[in-house]
Design a protein around this ligand. Structure first.
Ligand code: HEC
Ligand code: HEC
Ligand code: HEC
Ligand code: HEC
Length: 204
């Protein structure tokens, strides 16, 4: 910001340095503000996991659509209550309602969920991410949809064209475990009016 002030004074034909008293106090003011800014941002920062808010990239997203009471996962997955088991298996004591039907059959829960920190997802690089940015996980394999989503072509984006925008998460619309939409059963076609009249008394 300080260079911008210098640039402005250059245009007015001033010498580059020293800064005028006015711009110097302005510069100090800016420094002061900049020093304050991180603290202010931190105060407003969203809850680190599972909460509604703005992601590190400034994208406004809703609260991840968890079932009631399931989050934080570490209530059970603390390494003691539920022991870590990385074996691919049929789950029976919990989550037996989750059917994994997403891509190759070799896929397992821990490809997406972090084994050691169950309140997080992880990318293929091993980087742990919050559930609020689950779109980054999806974006690894669905790059085209991720790109479209970011520019508001896929999914749902609301807000200002030149200001803040709100996005629905991929998982607001797609079940991450079984994302394929079931085909809708077609409804029978409407009865044409002449057929309604052709029936006795007009009633059907
Ligand atoms: C493709 C990545 C992926 C795989 C594979 C996957 N999950 Fe998930 N899972 C997610 C994402 C993303 C969410 C977060 C949904 C949300 O934000 O509400 C989630 C949510 C959950 C939840 C919370 C569900 C609820 O009712 O709110 C549980 C429990 C869970 N997963 C367990 C599992 C289990 C068990 C498996 C393996 C059988 C599995 N997941 C496989 C991505 C995955
Ligand atoms: C009420 C306790 C409880 C909560 C809360 C819970 N889990 Fe589990 N979870 C279990 C149990 C018990 C198993 C083992 C089930 C079995 O082996 O049949 C399990 C297994 C899993 C597995 C399979 C891999 C493994 O470690 O055994 C995944 C993945 C998983 N849970 C993810 C989640 C996620 C993600 C959440 C939070 C959104 C969550 N769980 C919340 C109890 C819980
Ligand atoms: C590791 C790679 C990978 C990740 C991560 C991943 N997917 Fe997928 N996804 C696939 C593959 C592979 C298929 C199957 C493609 C096919 O059948 O044409 C698929 C299928 C889908 C489909 C169904 C397409 C159809 O034919 O109906 C949707 C929707 C989808 N994924 C959404 C998501 C969402 C949302 C996430 C994040 C929670 C996600 N995916 C994460 C690999 C991935
Ligand atoms: C507002 C709801 C909504 C959101 C948010 C959303 N989608 Fe979709 N998505 C849909 C619908 C509806 C379809 C099916 C119609 C279509 O093909 O466009 C679809 C289709 C898909 C397909 C299958 C397309 C195909 O070619 O068969 C993939 C993969 C997918 N979405 C991934 C994603 C990912 C990844 C995100 C997040 C970055 C996301 N979606 C966000 C509603 C949504």
């Amino acid at each position: 910001m300080a260079p911008a002030i210098q640039h402005g004074s250059l245009l007015e034909g001033d010498t580059v340095s020293p800064l005028s008293t006015r711009s110097r106090s302005l510069a100090w003011g800016l420094c002061f503000l900049l020093a304050l800014a991180p603290a202010a941002l931190r105060a407003q920062a969203p809850a680190p996991t599972g909460g509604e808010g703005s992601t590190p990239e400034g994208i406004q997203v809703p609260k991840p659509p968890f079932s009631e009471g399931i989050f934080p996962c570490t209530n059970c997955h603390d390494g003691k209550t539920v022991k870590l088991n990385t074996q691919r298996r049929q789950l029976k004591d919990m989550h037996d309602d989750i059917v994994l039907k997403h891509g190759p059959a070799s896929r397992w829960c821990l490809d997406c969920h972090d084994a050691k920190d169950r309140d997080k997802l992880h990318l293929v690089s091993g980087e742990k991410i919050d559930f609020t940015v689950s779109y980054r996980l999806c974006g690894q394999c669905h790059g085209d949809k991720y790109r479209d989503w970011r520019v508001g072509v896929h999914g749902k984006r609301t807000g200002h064209w030149n200001g803040q925008k709100q996005y629905l998460l991929c998982v607001n619309c797609h079940n991450p475990h079984s994302p394929h939409f079931r085909p809708l059963k077609p409804m029978p076609p409407p009865v044409p009016p002449q057929l309604i009249q052709a029936t006795k008394g007009g009633a059907r």
